[in-house]
Design a protein around this ligand. Structure first.
Ligand SMILES: [Zn+2]
Length: 231
């Protein structure tokens, strides 16, 4: 009996032993299907994306919108759902002035600490707040603080969103002076770059004209994420 089973078991044991050291390979295979956040675009065009997180804000967003008009550049605003509910007229303004809107979650909580269903609701509620005003769901999302996990990425995909982070952090929400912000950004800015700023800081407004000037001197155009990824 044993001798009859042996020829069947032998190849199975052999395959099992072969697979043991390859367990990490199997794990990588599983993760290969996980959506990856975009950090920058390939850079075949001389385009750069300015992105502004955390708005809309009652006072600061109109100021930022006027400045972007003055500089004749387009940008992307990652909006927080609960703020969208407070300032729907500003969301309309962002769209009317040709900018792109992204989803920055509903409550701006640290998403990896939440369970997958709650994360999905964060994305989904924010989508609904934006779509009620603009007529369509945003394409892009950015988790608060750029903090993500497998569940954050999967829940975003489930909500029809493409996760976008950045390759240049302007550090405009800390103690950085306008000069430091300009230096941090212009040193690293190149075709395909996605630059992280925040809506709501005077230092950002003071730094932007010099950043745009430096970009234009290098023949870079400032475009929305829609243009950067889909045109
Ligand atoms: Zn944020």
């Amino acid at each position: 009996m044993t001798s009859k089973r042996f020829p069947i078991l032998l190849p199975l044991i052999f395959i099992f032993l072969l697979c043991l050291p390859c367990q990490t390979v199997f794990c990588n295979c599983c993760y290969r299907n996980l959506p990856r956040p975009a950090i920058r675009a390939p850079g075949q065009f001389p385009w750069v994306a300015l992105t502004f997180d955390d708005g809309p804000h009652g006072w600061e967003t109109p100021e930022l919108l006027d400045l972007l008009d003055e500089l004749e550049v387009k940008a992307t605003f990652f909006l927080v759902g609960k703020e969208v509910l407070k300032y729907p007229h500003l969301v309309e303004q962002i769209i009317q002035r040709g900018h792109c809107i992204g989803n920055h979650s509903f409550r701006h909580w640290n998403l990896p600490r939440l369970d997958r269903e709650t994360i999905y609701l964060e994305w989904s509620y924010c989508n609904q707040c934006i779509a009620r005003i603009t007529g369509k769901n945003p394409r892009f999302c950015r988790p608060p603080g750029g903090n993500y996990s497998r569940d954050v990425l999967l829940a975003a995909e489930q909500a029809g969103l493409y996760t976008v982070l950045w390759d240049i952090n302007s550090y405009d929400s800390g103690e950085g002076s306008p000069e430091q912000i300009v230096s941090t950004v212009t040193k690293r800015m190149k075709p395909g770059s996605i630059i992280l700023f925040h809506d709501g800081f005077q230092s950002t407004l003071k730094a932007l004209p010099q950043i745009v000037k430096a970009g234009e001197e290098r023949n870079l155009s400032f475009v929305t994420l829609d243009q950067l990824f889909f045109r």
